[in-house]
Design a protein around this ligand. Structure first.
Ligand code: GAR
Length: 193
C-alpha cells in the first residue's frame, strides 16, 4: 500500500478528509504522517485524535530551509513515504525536498490556476469581481503554485457571496475532489514526469 505524507499549516479540514478517505477505501493508500510547520495548529490535534503520526517543527529553530527540509526528509524516509500531498501548507517547497520527491509532490490550491496563486486566493478572486473561481490540484515545482496542473474544478461565485460563504463552498468541494485526485495520482493514471 502506498504511503502518503500530508503537509499542512492550519485547520486541517482537508487533512481530516484525506485520512477518512484512506480509511473508507476511496484512497487505496494510507496516511503515514502529518508534517506541520506551525506548532499549535488545529491540524496537529486532529492528527492526534485520528491516531496519525506527526512531525511538527518551527522553521525558526533551524538555520535555513535546507536544514529543516533535510530533517523533514529524514522523517519521510523513516516513514517510507511515497507521495507528499500539500493540504494548506503555506510555505514554498525548497530544492532539498523537490530533488528527492521529484514528481511526487502535489498541492491543492483554491483558485483556477494560473489565476490567483499565492496567499488568499479566495479573497483575490472576490476582489477581482470574478463570477467564477475554482480549485486546482497540481504537481509542485520550484515556483509559487506554478507546476503542471493535474485537474481543476470550476465553482460559481454568486452576487450575494461573501468570503465566508465562498470559502465554505470551496472547502466542501475540496473535501471530495482532493482525495479522488490523490487516488488517481497513486494509481499512476497521471504522471508528473
Ligand atoms: C484549502 O482551502 C487549500 O486549498 C488552501 O488552504 C486551505 C486549507 O484548508 N491552500 C492554499 O491556499 C495553498 N496555497 P484546511 O486547513 O481546512 O484543509
Amino acid at each position: 500500500m502506498k504511503r502518503i505524507a500530508i503537509f499542512a499549516s492550519g485547520t486541517g479540514s482537508n487533512f481530516e478528509e484525506i485520512v477518512k478517505a484512506s480509511r473508507t477505501g476511496i484512497i487505496s493508500g494510507t496516511v503515514a504522517l502529518l508534517v506541520c510547520d506551525k506548532p499549535g495548529a488545529l491540524v496537529v490535534e486532529k492528527a492526534r485524535a485520528l491516531g496519525i503520526d506527526t512531525f511538527v517543527f518551527s522553521p525558526k529553530d533551524y538555520q535555513s530551509k535546507v536544514e529543516f527540509e533535510n530533517h523533514i526528509l529524514e522523517k519521510l524516509s523513516s516513514f517510507n513515504v511515497d507521495l507528499i500531498a500539500l493540504a494548506g501548507y503555506m510555505r514554498l517547497i525548497g530544492e532539498t525536498l523537490l530533488r528527492e520527491f521529484s514528481g511526487r509532490i502535489i498541492n491543492l490550491h483554491p483558485s483556477l490556476l494560473p489565476k490567483y496563486p499565492g496567499k488568499d486566493a479566495v479573497g483575490q478572486a472576490l476582489a477581482a469581481d470574478e463570477t467564477e473561481t475554482g480549485i486546482t490540484v497540481h504537481f509542485v515545482d520550484e515556483g509559487m503554485d506554478t507546476g503542471p496542473i493535474i485537474d481543476q474544478v470550476k465553482i460559481k461565485i454568486y452576487p450575494n457571496d461573501n468570503y465566508d460563504s465562498l470559502a465554505k463552498r470551496i472547502h466542501e468541494i475540496e473535501h471530495e475532489f482532493f482525495p479522488k485526485v490523490i487516488e488517481r495520482v497513486l494509481g499512476g493514471l497521471v504522471n508528473g514526469d
